[in-house]
Design a protein around this ligand. Structure first.
Ligand code: COA
Length: 147
């Protein structure tokens, strides 16, 4: 399946971005009783948006990179559509993002991982820093990786 997926940087408010918002709402907000569309999505205009689309152009996975400073970038909103999870798409998406961040001159990626997916990021070389904290109502851990 993974070889049928194409990864690309897409523009804020592009059709792929808007599809990604629906996926993000479905995967990351509705299960918590929240709505992504209550958030300030205009604030994401300066972020890097990475979409994974299948051969028909349908968005199947997404993540965004938020610059923190000249060297550090934060990865967030990582989501793979439910029926394609466990097939390597999440790993390939993160690796694409890492390669892009590295080529843009960033030397470190940080993220806030939900407790239940920390091992996904650990498998990709991210290390836990510090104690858990609440974000969007659930426990998260800071993780980071030097590029
Ligand atoms: C977490 C998520 C992005 C992983 O994507 P995926 O395509 O299913 O992951 P992959 O198939 O690429 O798996 C890569 C590795 O992580 C592991 N992994 C995948 N999902 C995992 C999970 N939920 N918990 C623990 N490990 C996981 C896999 O076993 C695999 O390890 P391996 O390469 O050593 O075999 C996806 O399950 C998802 O969208 N979850 C719901 C949204 C979410 O929680 N996002 C993260 C918010 S912090």
């Amino acid at each position: 399946m993974q070889e049928l997926i194409e990864f690309a940087i897409v523009a804020h408010r592009s059709p792929a971005y808007e599809q990604a918002c629906l996926l993000r709402d479905e995967m990351l907000r509705k299960p918590l009783g929240l709505s992504l569309f209550d958030e300030d999505l205009d604030a994401e205009s300066g972020f890097i948006h990475i979409a994974a689309r299948d051969h028909s152009g349908t968005l199947q996975a997404y993540l965004q990179l938020k610059p923190v400073d000249a060297k550090v970038i934060k990865m967030q909103q990582v989501a793979v559509t439910a029926h394609l999870q466990g097939q390597g798409i999440g790993r390939a998406l993160v690796e694409f993002a890492e390669a892009h961040a590295r080529s843009a001159g960033y030397t470190e990626i940080i993220l806030h991982a939900r407790g239940e997916v920390m091992s996904f990021y650990e498998a990709l070389g991210y290390r836990k820093e510090g104690d858990s904290f609440l974000e969007v109502t659930i426990p998260h851990f800071k993780q980071s990786k030097l590029l």
